[in-house]
Write a protein of this length. Structure first.
Length: 353
């Protein structure tokens, strides 16, 4: 394991030594301070970082820190108050893969519900917050990148992180070292492994996005009916249709409680490679709230085809053109009440603001 040493260059008097060594801070002392310092000053990790979660629960345990970088990329931090070992690599991959499996709206809800703890600001609506901060839709958010942070790292950890990074896994390693001199404490940061720049899918134009989506539709085997479903929602909702690699999202211009405008997703049409031969229609929670009676009637007609999600909203899976044609009338009865509820909410907020 590397040992970092630090010296102060002295220019006081001819008889003074040219350099004065700084003493290493007792690791136990630094361990207690490091996470709190990073939460208060996230720029210590890198410029433009915004922390949105601390000790966020996942199936693999609590995730130490969750942030968003200046490009709008989600960042998972595994922070060891002592020396980083290879177990930390498994943990950070576990946490990142847990978040990566979530659909964008589910991910946004997960972050919103768990923000506001341990010095992290409360974010009521992460989807809207993300749109405001980065002028991007939550549907454009890329898979999380991973960063290990600790007070040093052993040689196996450095070797393994370097191997993963060199093979296009977005993982980095940052170490901190504490020093003291004359009653003052100093922190030194070393970026030991820096991930290679990844391809930014958010920079693709609409034509490129559509081509990526169509390739995925073909791979999943739903090209015979997917665009027909998309055309239906395009016509019925008169909404802004946004294509991305995961599918289409249908946005309606809404207002936040303070009266400022924002675009929010009401219906999504997903392509999930874990479910070949099927298209997923996601009815967002705000769409249900816009037309609760119509949605209840919709559920009664389609029965077990409507799957309500614990995080809010509902999903309907379509596996063939015939199946879609059997349920299209039910969706035709649902869409107008959603639009009416949306208009009523806009009018109410506009009147009160």
């Amino acid at each position: 394991m590397k040992e970092i040493k630090l010296w102060q260059i002295s220019q006081e008097g001819e008889n003074e030594p040219p350099v004065i060594p700084l003493n290493n801070v007792n690791k136990t002392q630094t361990e207690k301070q490091l996470e709190d310092i990073i939460v208060k000053y996230p720029d210590l990790l890198f410029d433009g970082l915004k922390l949105v979660g601390r000790q966020t629960d996942t199936t693999g345990g609590p995730l130490d820190l969750l942030g968003v970088d200046s490009d709008g990329r989600l960042v998972v931090f595994e922070l060891k108050r002592g020396t980083l070992t290879r177990e930390a690599i498994a943990q950070v991959i576990d946490y990142a893969s847990f978040l990566d499996e979530m659909e964008p709206i589910e991910l946004a809800q997960h972050i919103s519900d768990r923000s506001g703890n341990f010095g992290i600001e409360k974010i009521e609506d992460f989807s809207a917050w993300y749109n405001e901060q980065y002028q991007k839709s939550i549907y454009e958010i890329q898979r999380p990148k991973m960063i290990l942070v600790g007070l040093g790292a052993d040689d196996r950890t450095r070797r393994m992180v370097s191997f993963l990074s060199n093979n296009d896994i977005d993982i980095s390693l940052i170490t901190f070292y504490g020093f003291e001199q004359n009653g003052k404490t100093y922190l030194a940061k070393q970026i030991e492994v820096l991930a290679k720049p990844s391809r930014d899918l958010t920079s693709l134009n609409k034509k490129d996005r559509l081509e990526l989506l169509r390739e995925r539709v073909r791979r999943v085997g739903i090209d015979s009916f997917y665009e027909k479903i998309a055309a239906f929602f395009r016509d019925q909702l008169s909404a802004y249709e946004w294509p991305n690699q995961g599918g289409y999202s249908y946005y309606l211009t809404d207002f936040k409680e303070d009266g400022s405008p924002t675009n929010l997703v009401y219906i999504s049409l997903y392509v999930n490679e874990n479910h070949p031969g099927k298209a997923e229609i996601r009815i967002q929670q705000r769409a249900i709230e816009a037309a609760p009676e119509a949605f209840d009637e919709f559920c009664r007609r389609l029965m077990d085809k409507v799957i309500k999600r614990s995080a809010g909203g509902a999903e309907v899976w379509v596996s063939s053109l015939n199946e879609w044609q059997e349920m299209v009338d039910d969706f035709m009865k649902l869409c107008p009440p959603i639009l009416e509820g949306w208009k009523a909410r806009r009018k109410k907020i506009a009147t009160s603001s």
